[in-house]
Design a protein around this ligand. Structure first.
Ligand SMILES: Nc1ncnc2c1ncn2[C@@H]1O[C@H](COP(=O)(O)OP(=O)(O)OP(=O)(O)O)[C@@H](O)[C@H]1O
Ligand SMILES: [Mg+2]
Length: 235
């Protein structure tokens, strides 16, 4: 990809010649340029260690680029501070590959905490948590400690937390790696609903079953370089 157009109001993500090195000498991304219009659902695939998680973390502002520019909604997210940074973070939901759950807290608490920072009422949060757990077939785990759950269950709690505040941008890292076919369909249905409601999504995955044959743009990461695997049906 070599798109270098400046961000427009209709662009959600603009990465321009972004490189990322981890100390002492791992090059995770090399000169990656990527433009994602608002409302796109984009798949990102590639071998283990290719740089998928790094790319998502740079967009989420969990890592800083070594060089290059990352804009989200037209703002250089690595320059934001204070209130603007907090506001920006609330617009992004990320489901981490390693989940990053609070393992000594219950499933409901893990999801509720994400909602509390958005100043939602306790009643609203209770209803929303139950609804999300129902959608992800986790209703019976409401009061379980997340540390006691199977990996597939933890994965879904991480997903529920990412979507909890209906963020404009969802960065989803390996959502179905530990799931059976039926649960994979359930998870993808939930993500598709967010897409249909207008969210922009990037889904990093090894799972060919979720991007093969889809009409969505699919990019492939190869040793830190990005290429198009499937252009998709977007205009
Ligand atoms: N915090 C870190 N410190 C040092 N090296 C790192 C760090 N995070 C990732 N790397 C390295 O950067 C490269 C890209 O890793 P990344 O996790 O982005 O790949 P990935 O495509 O997500 O892989 P996987 O499919 O296994 O999840 C790898 O060589 C990895 O070992
Ligand atoms: Mg990864």
């Amino acid at each position: 990809m070599t798109e270098t157009m400046p961000a427009t109001p209709e662009t959600m993500i603009d990465m321009i010649k972004v490189s990322k090195r981890y100390p002492p000498n791992v090059t995770a991304l090399t000169d990656v340029s990527l433009s994602v219009p608002k409302g796109e659902l984009l798949f990102l695939t590639g071998m283990s260690g290719a740089g998928k998680t790094t790319l998502l973390k740079l967009i989420a502002n969990m890592e800083r680029p070594t060089s290059g520019l990352v804009e989200v909604s037209g703002r250089n997210i690595h320059k934001l501070k204070g209130k603007k940074l907090a506001l920006q973070r609330r617009k992004i939901g990320m489901a981490y590959q390693d989940f990053k759950l609070l393992t000594e807290q219950t499933v409901a608490q893990n999801i509720a905490i994400a909602m509390e920072v958005a100043y939602r009422s306790p009643q609203n949060i209770r209803v929303a948590v139950r609804d999300l757990l129902g959608q992800l077939d986790l209703s019976d785990k409401h009061n379980s400690l997340t540390g006691d759950l199977s990996r597939g269950e933890q994965q879904r709690v991480a997903l529920a937390r990412a979507v909890a505040n209906d963020p404009e941008l969802l960065l989803i890292d390996e959502p179905t790696g530990n799931l059976d076919t039926t649960t994979t369909v359930r998870v993808m249905d939930l993500l598709r609903r967010h897409h249909l409601a207008g969210a922009t999504l990037i889904i990093a995955t090894h799972d060919q079953s979720i991007y093969q044959g889809s009409q969505h743009r699919t990019l492939e990461m190869t040793k830190g370089h990005l290429s198009i695997l499937h252009e998709g049906a977007r205009a």
